[in-house]
Design a protein around this ligand. Sequence first.
Ligand SMILES: O=C(O)CCC(=O)C(=O)O
Ligand SMILES: [Mn+2]
Length: 219
Amino acid sequence: MHTLDLFAGVEHPPGLPFALGEAAWHLPGFALPWAEALYPELFAIRAQAPLRQLSTPGGGRMSVGTTSCGALGWVSDARGYRYTAFDPDSGRPWPAMPAMFAALAGNAAAAAGYEGFAPDTCLINHYRPGAGMGLHQDRDERDLNAPIVSVSLGIGAVFLWGGHQRSDKALRIALAHGDVVVWGGADRLRFHGVMPLAPAMHPRLGARRINLTFRQARA
Ligand SMILES: O=C(O)CCC(=O)C(=O)O
Ligand SMILES: [Mn+2]
């Protein structure tokens, strides 16, 4: 079921792209053909750059476990949010982005009308039931013209899709295993987040949601 509050009661046929704004798309099931091939790559990345629960500048700790791959990785600590070329936990470069990750992201971006998307970073978020992500904007990238490609695997989540002000009412969008959301252009700085996950099991990933967020962080 892919239903927007906006169209309460109107069912969105699975598989059809759904416009979330003038430059944002929900692509249900787009990543399904890639999913089985992504798992071993994800395990290999986690072995090189283990998951960690990052501290936030406000003094809290993120409820998701994160790591990154690509030329840059996204990190957060008491000093703020930023991209680094080295994993601060190990001092080593982040694991390389598997070619298949870049291909999936490029294909999804193209399907949403963004040709030539070449991400240099992929943030990998792991959610257990109860974990979520508050409303925020993705604005640590140097070039805000490139879109964001966000892939969901594992148990379902409710994605909060807000406006340009934190206080704008957010739509609640059910994201399932294999779904992709792409946003850029006029929608690039929309507030978004993830509601705390309800307990569930996924046949391949267990009680876990994995989100891959692809971005072009360097101009
Ligand atoms: O998990 C998601 O679907 C969104 C993740 C996100 O917004 C982020 O990492 O910046
Ligand atoms: Mn985000």
